[in-house]
Design a protein around this ligand. Structure first.
Ligand SMILES: C[S@@+](CC[C@H](N)C(=O)[O-])C[C@H]1O[C@@H](n2cnc3c(N)ncnc32)[C@H](O)[C@@H]1O
Length: 476
């Protein structure tokens, strides 16, 4: 007899405890959060694989993604609330389940009974009955208040400790909040910046000139970008399914990343156009892919728009990276560039051999935290000193590589002053053969880049990564 038939037959069966339900999406999210904590896994690499292997699709896949990424972003805030609601420190697996439950209760529209019930079921199945009881009690306390009610309780007072307040309220480590505030020059825009840093970025494509066009990408459902003439926004769908992307005529690339490469090509440089370009730290090849296309085919949008300095084509790019596997990725994404595995601090090329040099320096990546939900908790301020030394050395060899009259772009995907203005300032002061240009002049139509001469992009102002650009001309 079916369960329903059994119930209709008079309920002679004794009612036992409800059997826990295995929820695919929540189990997948739990596994991802656990793997990040246990073995430093990358959520954005692990989750898609796990969804594919387990056949999780559609709404379940979207739920698993929001659960895993949202929980990882908000760890700092959730841990402070969990600590306040627990009488003991939970084991790591129990803590991860509590974080998942807290995210559903406080930041998703999951009804409280479902958020608590599904998390308790998950813990009962995956950890044990004792832990499930504990999780049930803690989650009920967490769910007794909204996030707006919790924040004044767990976060330091904004007047006494503004940085600590922002860190807890917006789920960022304190040192990163401090670094962002220093780079922004004040506190006013901090909530907007941190909110933007917590949002999933739009997928932005680049149509590599001479190889694809924004019009072609529009036919695949993308909309033209706001700033870069080669950008298109893809609101839904898998970019890998777009023919131009699969054929490396187009690619996924943040708009600021496109613009800093484009700016380097737009600085007027004397000569007959038969230029040599160098991308000193090219892997995995985002900027090299665009530079390679402009070098060969020209800045077609710039020429059409009559932009002064729009490059007409006829250059050749050498793309280098220290790591062989990253150089191979550059090779796969470029068509006409020479690609080498080389240490940029020990140049294998003549001094003054190039007209333009892109130095997209190794950095903390603080400007791209929205792309990797757990990244903010992994970064360590202790590494900035060593990175700074490497950045200065590489900027020195970039300046050596460019001929007098030529130009170097110094780029970081970080707004941290110790990696941006301080590095450039030190090198320009030490070297009498370099002068800084106003980078903003080569980013027409983009406001809010700061007071110059460098340009700083921001997620909340431009919808891009927080990328930094300085342009240096080698003196004659
Ligand atoms: C920020 S990434 C470059 C991103 C790349 N330009 C793009 O747009 O896809 C920095 C790169 O510098 C490389 N790198 C680190 N030290 C280097 C060195 N001494 N010489 C050359 N490349 C180096 C790293 O392997 C890494 O691929």
């Amino acid at each position: 007899m079916s369960d329903a038939g059994n119930r209709r037959a008079g309920g002679s069966r004794r009612r036992g405890p409800r059997r826990p339900v295995r929820d695919q999406a929540r189990n997948a999210a739990f596994d991802v959060v656990r793997a990040v904590g246990e073995r430093d896994a990358y959520a954005n690499l692990l989750l898609p694989r796990l969804l594919r292997d387990r056949g999780i699709k559609g709404r379940d896949a979207a739920l698993a993604t929001e659960l895993a990424y949202g929980t990882l972003r908000g760890l700092g805030t959730y841990d402070a609330i969990i600590e306040m609601c627990s009488d003991r420190a939970p084991d790591p697996d129990v803590l991860d389940a509590l974080r998942l439950g807290a995210h559903q209760l406080l930041r998703m529209r999951v009804p409280p009974h479902a958020a608590v019930g599904t998390t308790v079921d998950l813990v009962r199945l995956r950890i044990g009955a004792g832990a499930a009881k504990f999780v049930n009690a803690v989650l009920r306390k967490i769910g007794s208040r909204t996030i707006e009610e919790w924040l004044p309780i767990v976060a330091p007072d904004a007047a006494d400790d503004p940085v600590g307040h922002l860190a807890v309220a917006h789920g960022h480590p304190r040192w990163i909040v401090s670094a962002f505030r220093d780079a922004l020059g004040g506190p006013d825009e901090m909530p907007a910046l941190l909110e933007a840093d917590n949002a999933r970025p739009l997928v932005t494509l680049v149509a590599r000139p001479g190889r694809s066009s924004v019009a072609e990408l529009e036919k695949s459902g993308a909309a033209p970008g706001r700033y870069s003439p080669y950008a298109a926004y893809l609101r839904e769908g898998d970019p890998g399914q777009i023919a131009a992307v699969a054929e490396t005529r187009a690619a996924v690339q943040d708009e600021a990343s496109q613009l800093v490469a484009l700016a380097l090509t737009r600085v007027p440089v004397e000569g007959d156009g038969e230029e040599r370009w160098l991308d000193l730290c090219a892997g995995p090849g985002g900027k090299a892919g665009l530079l390679d296309a402009i070098a060969v085919h020209g800045d077609q949008a710039g020429i059409d728009l009559g932009e002064p300095g729009a490059f007409a084509g006829g250059a050749r790019l050498l793309a280098a990276d220290l790591q062989h596997h990253r150089a191979r990725l550059v090779h796969q994404t470029t068509r006409d560039a020479w690609v080498v595995t080389a240490d940029g601090t020990e140049p294998a090329w003549r001094e003054g051999a190039f007209d333009r040099v892109m130095l997209d320096a190794p950095c903390t990546g603080l400007g791209a935290l929205r792309r990797r939900p757990e990244a903010r908790w992994r970064r360590d301020p202790a590494g900035i000193g060593d990175l700074g030394k490497l950045q200065r050395r590489l900027l020195g060899t970039a300046l050596d590589a460019v001929r007098p009259g030529g130009v170097v772009a110094y780029v970081t995907c970080s707004p941290h002053l110790a990696e941006t203005r301080v590095v450039v300032g030190d090198v320009v002061t030490r070297r009498k053969d370099a002068e800084q240009l106003d980078a903003r002049a080569f980013l027409p139509g983009v406001d809010g880049l700061g007071e110059g001469p460098h340009a700083q992009f921001w997620p909340h102002r431009h919808g891009t990564d927080a990328m930094f650009l300085a342009l240096l001309r080698k003196r004659h």
